[in-house]
Ligand binder design. Structure first.
Ligand SMILES: [Zn+2]
Length: 282
């Protein structure tokens, strides 16, 4: 069961934080903000914590506090060496703060040996240390680690919080990470890709596929497919499209994530959709 962050923050105010937390939901930026908030509450030296003014608060806000450790994937994974190096750090005396905070970002990318090493640390946690696993894909975190951690769920920010980016937020199906990537890539460009894709599927003109996908890098393809899935989900909900399309998109995302030739995988997807015939209903 997942707690909400207010309860976790309250335990931190009382200096009774859990040793191992799993932050999931919302976007990477929101979860990172919550990690920082926890670090501030636990390390601020003033009475009303966090004050935002004391040396500890200032160091945390500028990302320079020596007792805050962040471990992220190198290339695609978080390997055992990274966890062992963290382990060497955290069994030393705390340098200046009251609490050591270790963030394992994108925790679903821990390799099995790395996760097991982390599990060992969690079994004999060093004093005043909080390890936070953060993930946009909590189901992907190794189960033994998942079951040990106190899960904390962050709901997506509501549309009102998005102001100028509200279109990206809608196009991203209220997933903040996807919305930010759409914005970076260009909302209009993403919409154009989706429109062209639908045109190809409807007209059955397979030869146009190459032209559409040739300029796309792998990450662009994934971004396009995730946005396409959001748009199609809406169409399926309105009964305008068969759910079979969604399943095929999901499969293609999985195939491309595993490094298979991405353009080929997209061409196969188009062929399947054309063979479904238009909206795939009936
Ligand atoms: Zn302070």
């Amino acid at each position: 069961m997942s707690l909400n962050f207010d309860l976790v923050r309250k335990s931190a105010v009382e200096y009774k934080p859990a040793h191992l937390l799993l932050f999931h939901g919302s976007g990477a930026k929101e979860r990172l903000g919550a990690v920082r908030e926890l670090a501030l509450v636990l390390n601020c030296i003033k009475e009303n914590r966090p004050c935002g003014e004391c040396p500890a608060c200032k160091k945390i806000q500028s990302g320079n506090h020596p007792d805050i450790h962040i471990v992220k994937p190198l290339k695609t994974n978080i390997g055992i060496e990274q966890v062992l190096s963290l382990q060497r750090e955290i069994y030393r005396k705390i340098s200046e703060g009251k609490y050591r905070i270790c963030l394992i970002d994108e925790a679903h990318r821990l390799t099995l040996p790395a996760a097991n090493a982390l599990l060992k640390i969690a079994e004999e946690p060093p004093d005043n240390t909080v390890i936070i696993l953060s993930s946009g894909n909590a189901e992907g975190v190794i189960p033994t680690l998942q079951s040990r951690a106190q899960a904390v769920f962050f709901p997506s920010p509501d549309e009102a919080a998005w102001r100028d980016e509200v279109e990206a937020f809608r196009l991203g199906g209220t997933d903040p990470d996807l919305a930010r990537r759409i914005e970076e890539y260009g909302i209009e460009k993403v919409k154009e890709l989706i429109k062209k894709y639908m045109d190809i599927v409807e007209s059955g003109d397979f030869l146009k596929t190459l032209e559409l996908f040739l300029p796309l890098e792998r990450d662009d393809c994934l971004l396009f497919l995730q946005s396409l899935a959001v748009t199609m989900k809406e169409m399926v909900a309105k009964g305008k499209l068969s759910p079979r399309f969604l399943k095929e998109i999901g499969n293609t995302i999985e195939i491309i994530s595993k490094q298979v030739n991405h353009r080929l995988a997209l061409e196969v997807l188009v062929l399947k959709h054309i063979s479904f015939g238009g909206n795939g209903i009936g």
